[in-house]
Design a binder for this molecule. Sequence first.
Ligand code: 3PG
Ligand code: MG
Length: 400
Amino acid sequence: MKSINDLGDLKGKRVLIRCDFNVPLDGETITDDGRIKAALPTLKQLTEAGAKVVVMAHLGRPKGEVNPKYSLAPAAKRLGELIDAKVTLAGDVVGESAKGAVAGMAEGDIVMLENVRYEPAEESKVDAEREALAAKYAAFGDVFVSDGFGVVHRKQASVYDVAKLLPNAAGHLVAKEVEVLKKLTETPERPYVVVLGGAKVADKLSVIDNLLKVADTLIIGGGMGYTFQKAKGYEVGTSLLDAEKIDTVTGYMKDAEAAGKGLLIPSDTVVSPSFPSGDGPFEKTTVASDSMPADQMGLDIGPETAKAYADAIMGAKTVFWNGPMGVFEVDDFAAGTKAVAQALADTDAFTVVGGGDSAAAVRQLGFPDDAFGHISTGGGASLEYLEGKTLPGLDVLEGN
Ligand code: 3PG
Ligand code: MG
């Protein structure tokens, strides 16, 4: 990959950059601005060089429709506070507002386009549709910089197609992430333990077979744990469940056993009558995983599971963690995530925490960033990298 230092003198040039500003929000308040801070080294270098910087980013999954709930306004505001440059949010993605804002830029200014996922073509499976949108993005830049590491696993117009239309380079964040993750794929010290949790159950269930090949032990918690519990024949009540994947998951358990790999699933679970909303404390009970009440929902791993997971982590030389163990945003259901975070902080192993929610969790629970070897801004992206997959957003960059 080329670096932004290879792009020559950028003074007065329009630099189109993809960032990942998909930050966790509580209403309009950003609860973890780690992804915005992680973009600053590249953005500062560009603005200080006198470039006109046009930022493309997404927030959530608005599925091709304009929806104020997914506006990048909070991210644009926060970026403006963190950087010594004028930051303007366009009122649309590639419409008149965006065109006007880009045309009016001075050297060192930043214009952020609205959520690229407001455009239906951004995530289209039809190449020609994405390419047509990418051409509109490309009209905003003289060069393209890819720095949204969290989204490089997506073959989307602002990540993949646009890179084919302009001279391009990787930003400092993408370069740094790749350097660390490369170490994990090439020479991980063993035992190598991967801890998986979180709510994007369908996405993550499909990476498990590959992770089972690289890791010695796979630890499962969070939303995807219930599909495993169901596959064992247990009641999971109203918990998150990917019913279509039950057979696949049964296969994973057999494969792991045949390969002599550890595959740990929760032996106890914290349940509650419904998903917590509003102020706690909330009603909760700890039950054995094979005895969940049919009318309750699992919201965290139980203490026995937390202890077993912490022990497995303490025995490892390399640990990769992606996805919280429960609804950590709510105190009542944060204990499992906290126990895993504590074990990662305590162990002498090389530890990598990946993903927006996991990074938010460790910060929200009060752990300093330097308690971990590396906090990756990519969740799905870092997982797919570790699986050994080709990531479209990296593959497309010049020099690869
Ligand atoms: C993330 O939060 O993992 C990235 O921003 C990618 O988001 P996505 O999973 O909705 O594509
Ligand atoms: Mg995420």
